[in-house]
Design a protein around this ligand. Structure first.
Ligand SMILES: *[C@@H]1O[C@H](CO)[C@@H](O)[C@H](O)[C@H]1NC(C)=O
Ligand SMILES: *[C@@H]1O[C@H](CO)[C@@H](O)[C@H](O)[C@H]1NC(C)=O
Ligand SMILES: *[C@@H]1O[C@H](CO)[C@@H](O)[C@H](O)[C@H]1NC(C)=O
Ligand SMILES: *[C@@H]1O[C@H](CO)[C@@H](O)[C@H](O)[C@H]1NC(C)=O
Length: 451
């Protein structure tokens, strides 16, 4: 499957060896492009700038950005409506985007070195209205990101983002938000200049470490996850992906974000025996019926939670906070390579867009598994102190078709006229952009009372 495939759905997106989800969520499309897209002109610039990027580079502290930096050492306020009791916890999941000029101009994504394809401003995106919105929860307020409150809550801690490239998107957002106030060092990065699967940043002033662990199925996998030209994935249920699970004991705050890979053709195996236990969207193999996406999504999430707050957390004595981000959908409205496939410049209005059925189901599974893990956590050493939370972003992300890089995943995409076909990113969010709101909610979860 190395050839470019024609789009299959009006809204759909298929491209270079990339399967198309059957739903409005044509989410796999963009992922593949980051894995195997051939070198193009802008990449040369990217590689050059990365080459120049010293591994222990300090981002100078000057912060003309719209991020709150409250008094150092001040206790973060328990900013829950009604005083922070269990019942009064704010529900951030329902709400609407309201105009707030400049509110989302939180940092300079080029200065904090976000992935080149997410530097919308630096890549020449001309409209900036997508930076003029804030999320207004239905029944409470979501405070602006408060850097001091975050480092207060995360001092001495390792904050790890585990999952697919949406986990990376959110990790880079957090690094940029913190970098508005504090210098960081890049502790390590993938050796390959284009890859951003395993990066770690340190904020030495507060002994905060932020890492990203790319593990799109959370479980061990081979195939496309190693090399996107492969026809499918092989996922080993029962075994977690090596790298993050090896470091799991060091993680104090874990944000899990996955889902986009479950549409891609995949064979699921029992990790112990190697036996095939199911497959999804695979052709040309003796198929025993399609396992779908929901069962493997649930199973892998449950395994991860078991490792972090269940019996698998037995070697750890410090309590931790595990946060499961719900699914953040993509917004391909036409063919994946149609330059206008996500060209909207404003959020959907209230009622203009419903959360899709698959997204709703993935979200429910995340909520159910988190509730089950929270109920089980007492079994583990230290587990009784640990927390499991949902970062429920499905609705707020659904409403932001304007927040993706789109064609501005490329530097000055129309410099030589408007091409008929052009790779477009309608999956990740611009940085700065709506994904910063995920971290505003994450902060509120960290500083709120435990459930
Ligand atoms: C399966 O993948 C194909 C392309 O390989 C795609 O067209 C289809 O939408 C996918 N189906 C599901 C159910 O994910
Ligand atoms: C963002 O940072 C880059 C690199 O530090 C700089 O060249 C650019 O002018 C900055 N952009 C803005 C809008 O400040
Ligand atoms: C940083 O935090 C870790 C983990 O809490 C701790 O072991 C270490 O001593 C701290 N380092 C400094 C310099 O405070
Ligand atoms: C706990 O530590 C032991 C000994 O190092 C190791 O064999 C075991 O796999 C660890 N358990 C987990 C869940 O990491």
């Amino acid at each position: 499957m190395a050839a470019r495939e024609p789009p299959r759905h009006g809204h759909g997106a298929t491209r270079l060896s990339c399967p198309t989800p059957a739903t409005t969520t044509t989410t796999t499309s963009n992922l593949c492009s980051f894995l195997n897209r051939a070198v193009s002109a802008w990449l040369v610039c990217a590689v050059l700038s990365l080459f120049l990027f010293n591994l222990l580079w300090f981002y100078p502290v000057d912060a003309p950005w719209n991020v709150v930096i409250s008094g150092e050492g001040k206790r973060p306020s328990m900013a829950m409506a009604g005083g922070g009791g269990e019942e009064a916890r704010c529900d951030y999941s329902e709400g609407r985007w309201v105009a707030a000029p400049g509110r989302a101009r939180r940092y300079n994504g080029t200065a904090c070195n976000v992935k080149e394809s997410e530097r919308c401003v630096g890549n020449g995106r001309p409209d900036t209205g997508y930076l003029d919105w804030r999320w207004q929860p239905a029944s409470c307020e979501l405070p602006a990101f408060d850097v001091a409150a975050f480092v207060g809550a995360a001092r001495g801690k390792h904050v790890a983002f585990v999952g697919d490239s949406m986990a990376r998107n959110q990790a880079e957002s957090l690094v940029c938000l913190l970098a508005t106030a504090f210098p960081y060092t890049l502790v390590y990065r993938d050796p390959h200049p284009r890859e951003r699967k395993f990066w770690r940043w340190a904020f030495p002033a507060h002994n905060v470490t932020v890492s990203v662990y790319w593990a799109p199925f959370l479980a061990r996998s081979t195939g496309k996850t190693d090399d996107y030209r492969k026809p499918r994935n092989d996922v080993y249920l029962g075994a977690l992906a090596e790298r993050w699970s090896a470091d799991a004991d060091t993680m104090d705050v874990v944000v899990i974000s996955q889902g986009h890979w479950f549409w891609i053709p995949t064979v699921y195996h029992d990790a112990a025996t190697g036996e095939v236990v199911g497959m999804h969207n695979v052709t040309g193999l003796k198929n025993t019926g399609d396992i779908g996406l929901f069962a493997p999504y649930r199973r892998t999430l449950r395994m991860a939670l078991e490792r972090l707050v269940g019996s698998g957390a037995g070697n750890r004595t410090r309590a931790r906070t595990v946060v499961v981000a719900t699914f953040s959908p993509s917004h391909f409205e036409k063919a994946w390579d149609d330059p206008t496939t996500c060209a909207r410049t404003r959020p959907y209005d209230d009622g203009e867009k419903e959360v899709g059925a698959d997204e709703r189901e993935l979200r429910s599974i995340a909520m159910e598994e988190v509730a089950a893990a929270a109920a089980r956590r007492g079994a583990a050493a230290g587990g009784g102190e640990s927390r499991v939370e949902v970062l429920d972003v499905t609705k707020l992300a659904t409403m932001r078709p304007d927040g993706h890089p789109g064609v501005y995943m490329h530097r000055d995409p129309f410099a030589r006229g408007v091409p008929k076909r052009l790779q477009v990113d309608c999956l990740h969010f611009c940085l700065p952009g709506p994904v910063d709101t995920f971290n505003e909610i994450l902060l509120q979860l960290l500083i709120s009372k435990r459930r």
